[in-house]
Ligand binder design. Structure first.
Ligand SMILES: Nc1nc2c(ncn2[C@@H]2O[C@H](COP(=O)(O)OP(=O)(O)OP(=O)(O)O)[C@@H](O)[C@H]2O)c(=O)[nH]1
Ligand SMILES: [Mg+2]
Length: 256
């Protein structure tokens, strides 16, 4: 009570002291709400950049090149690789949390459930040299990512990295993009048919615009980019078009 008396004396009367007390309480509530909102917001947005794709696409080699600037010998991954990648952008060093997810079917499923909700960005690594035979499986994987609610909620950026451009039979980014759009369009039709069989319309998420052929331009709120790259001999290659620079540029743009 004597503290309250002191405050009244200090601010010149009971009314002023009450106004001060109310203002402080309102301020505290506002700051606390703002802090909770900021913490929730940053968690919801996600902070990891995931490397996903089929077996042998080059995810682990890409991870090794980005993280250690080294061309390590890789074998089929049986666990995720997680680590920080440091990239210099005009004199400022930026740090990215990268997770390399194994392509093995069942492992990938478990790890995607774990990491997709944490994704700020997703790099779908594609072996461009064997793309004709892989297109259906790659499209299925991409379709499921595009339809995942946490990915949509976090508005994750997606890069289709057309890897192994050093191999003469590699498909160009344009061709990979067109083939994937066509395949996803076909998948949408089959999925719609399957859903009408089961009448499970609640779980259906619209991927692309309905009544229109599927296009990566219509995947709002997500954004999909396509780029050519080569994880092999990263430093040895002079050609900016075929090394990992486009992946690095995309990482920097997605984190901005
Ligand atoms: N020529 C060429 N070979 C590559 C390139 N990137 C990866 N490779 C090779 O492709 C093979 C598979 O690469 P990994 O990085 O192990 O593939 P991964 O996607 O991690 O495969 P999983 O762990 O099985 O999912 C290795 O022999 C790599 O050296 C590339 O850009 N060009
Ligand atoms: Mg691997």
């Amino acid at each position: 009570m004597s503290l309250w008396k002191d405050v009244q004396d200090l601010v010149g009367g009971e009314q002023n002291a009450t106004i001060l007390a109310v203002s402080i309480s309102v301020g505290l509530v506002f700051v606390t709400t703002l802090l909770i909102w900021l913490c929730r917001g940053s968690r919801a947005r996600g902070r990891n950049f995931l490397l996903i794709g089929l077996n042998g696409a080059g995810k682990t080699l890409m991870y090794s090149q980005l993280r250690y600037r080294e061309e390590k010998h890789t074998v089929m991954s049986v666990a995720e690789n997680k680590g920080k990648v440091h990239i210099r952008d005009n004199k400022i060093e930026k740090v990215f949390d990268i997770v390399d997810i194994p392509g093995h079917d069942s492992l990938r499923k478990i790890l995607l459930e774990k990491y997709l909700p944490t994704a700020r960005g997703i790099v779908l690594v594609v072996d461009s040299s064997s793309f004709s035979k892989d297109v259906r499986d790659v499209a299925k994987l991409l379709f499921s990512v595009l339809a995942t609610s946490s990915v949509r909620r976090n508005r994750a950026s997606i890069l289709i990295a057309c890897n192994k451009q050093d191999i003469p039979t590699a498909k160009s980014a344009k061709l990979v993009e067109q083939m994937l759009e066509k395949e996803i369009d076909a998948l949408r039709t089959t999925r719609a048919a399957a859903l009408s069989d089961t009448d499970d319309t609640r779980s259906s998420v619209q991927v692309g615009k309905s009544g229109k052929e599927f296009s990566f331009a219509d995947v709002h709120p997500l954004s999909v980019r396509v780029a050519e790259c080569c994880a092999k001999d990263f430093d040895a290659l002079d050609d900016r078009e075929t090394d990992l620079n486009r992946v690095i540029d995309w990482l920097l743009a997605s984190a901005a």
